[in-house]
Ligand binder design. Sequence first.
Ligand code: ASP
Length: 313
Amino acid sequence: MNDKRLRHLLGIEELDRDTAERILELAGTFHEVVRRPVRKVPTLRGKTIINLFFEASTRTRSSFELAGKRLSADVMNVGGSSSSTSKGETLRDTIRTLDAMHADVVVIRHSVSGAPHYISSRTRASIINAGDGMHEHPTQALLDAFTMLRHKRRIEGLTVAICGDIAHSRVARSNALLLGMLGAHVRLAGPRTLLPHRADAWGADVFDRLEPALADADVVMMLRIQQERLGACLLPSLREYSQQFGLNKRRLALARSDALVMHPGPLNRGVEIAEDVADGEQSVILEQVESGVAVRMAVLYLCANEPERPIEG
Ligand code: ASP
């Protein structure tokens, strides 16, 4: 099947259901590829991908890098402090410079919500949002949906409880939008100070206690407290937070017995998730990481490939 090129992936908000489903389907193909003894296809040979990360990242940056390399593209990493923005260059000039080098895709992470949208109208390259401030993290939501699909074979009708610091989480927003679009029932749970003002606008049920949100859930997704984005005084203490909102075995037992435990990472063990739950039988946290490479290959393929070039090899 020949695919239409995806101009940019800025957020789930801009994505239609058909494209989301196509990404998930293609990710299935690439998941096979990354499990082969030779984990590489020549599909993006001659294409250039630039990872432009202005915020810390382990998983997302290395996952995009690996995804690009598995597709045989030339991949270059540019970090925030090592880039010229630390010398006062504007984001606009940085992107114009990368454009002049004929980048096909720029993957960007930035602490300012909307930064990828801003540059997308000022570049020839396709822009992929790898996390913008408190706004969106679309590939995280896609890899989470892909992981759920591998286990549950469907998204439609699943009850997914997303718990923790919802207000500051781009992962929560992108997941709520994507899962809602694909027909899941989304629950958001957290202390009132960490719930967004208009959470109902996300099409989800909102809880200020963990227990009712976990009841009979098919998937429990825990989130890290975004200390770097937290204003003062939103939380009395981490200990208290953990006592009331941490996922432990006793609380997990409220969900379905086959519920999946997910977390986008990095984990704060003993805060939002107990050690034995993070490493327990229901945890698919490392599978999420594996799914990430396949999903990002699919997104890069749709952004950088010539429409007439199928997946070869
Ligand atoms: N890695 C995810 C993000 O970049 C989640 C987190 O940092 O807590 O948003």
